[in-house]
Design a protein around this ligand. Structure first.
Ligand code: UDP
Length: 231
């Protein structure tokens, strides 16, 4: 079956399917960072991210979080519900790292007493700027009720994933979520993988995520394989 390409992003392609209510996502091997300024192809990354995302979406569905996920179809392909993406990136942090460390001048690794939720405007041309709830309202990205639902879903995802990863000896440092409008309302969309999460080994602190690429540390595939091996 040849499918019509609907959209190509930095790490994934989205195709139409014969069913108007379903899309197919193909996970690519492309790695990008710093809003696409740094680029590379890392053979095998797409397969690992599809696998990890599938396991996580299944876990979240089991725990009552509605997602766009339908099923993993092949090594690189995931069938999902058709959604219209909300132009918001929701970041949840349990430990200080990355841009938050720079913004606040606090060293990476400080554990937060409670999860910190941040909002960014999903807009590549602007570099996904940090915004507040008032900006969400002014930009009309989602209504108040929708934003409340997104925030509570994001915190629920954190509770489920934090415990799940800790069981596997992994500290869920932070992650980014995207949401979409499906015909049944707002659902969790996009992907959840080491491209979109910071995952640190609990004992050694070893980074098992995309920071290995961002920071030229090498060993990205080995790190993602390490994560798959623990799922
Ligand atoms: N993140 C992402 N996509 C983005 C920005 C951030 O998936 O466009 C994830 C990132 O992998 C990390 C978390 O969101 O797990 C927080 O990222 P941060 O704001 O620290 O930005 P970064 O330092 O990654 O640029």
């Amino acid at each position: 079956m040849t499918m019509e390409l609907l959209y190509e992003g930095k790490a994934k392609k989205v195709f139409k399917t014969n069913n108007p209510e379903e899309y197919m996502i193909e996970y690519k091997d492309d790695a990008t960072a710093f809003n696409g300024v740094k680029k590379s192809e890392i053979a095998g990354k797409g397969v690992l991210n599809n696998k990890i995302s599938s396991v996580i979406f299944e876990l979240l569905e089991k725990n009552g979080v509605e997602t766009h996920y339908i099923k993993q179809v092949s090594e690189r392909e995931m069938l999902v519900k058709k959604v219209e993406i909300v132009a918001l990136e929701v970041i949840i942090r349990n430990t200080i790292a990355g841009s938050l460390s720079k913004r606040l001048g606090i060293e990476e690794g400080l554990k937060l007493e409670k999860p910190l939720l941040e909002l960014c405007y999903k807009n590549d041309d602007l570099g996904d700027p940090f915004i507040t709830e008032d900006h969400v309202e002014i930009l009309d990205l989602v209504d108040t009720e929708g934003l409340d639902k997104i925030k509570s879903m994001a915190l629920k995802v954190n509770e489920v994933l934090k415990g799940y990863f800790l069981d596997k000896g992994i500290n869920l440092v932070d992650f980014k979520l995207e949401f979409g409008y499906s015909k049944d309302g707002i659902v969790l969309a996009d992907e959840i993988s080491p491209d979109t999460c910071r995952l640190w080994d609990v004992n050694t602190g070893e980074k098992l995520d995309k920071d290995r690429f961002r920071r030229d540390m090498g060993g990205l595939i080995e790190a993602y394989e390490n994560v798959v091996g623990r799922l």
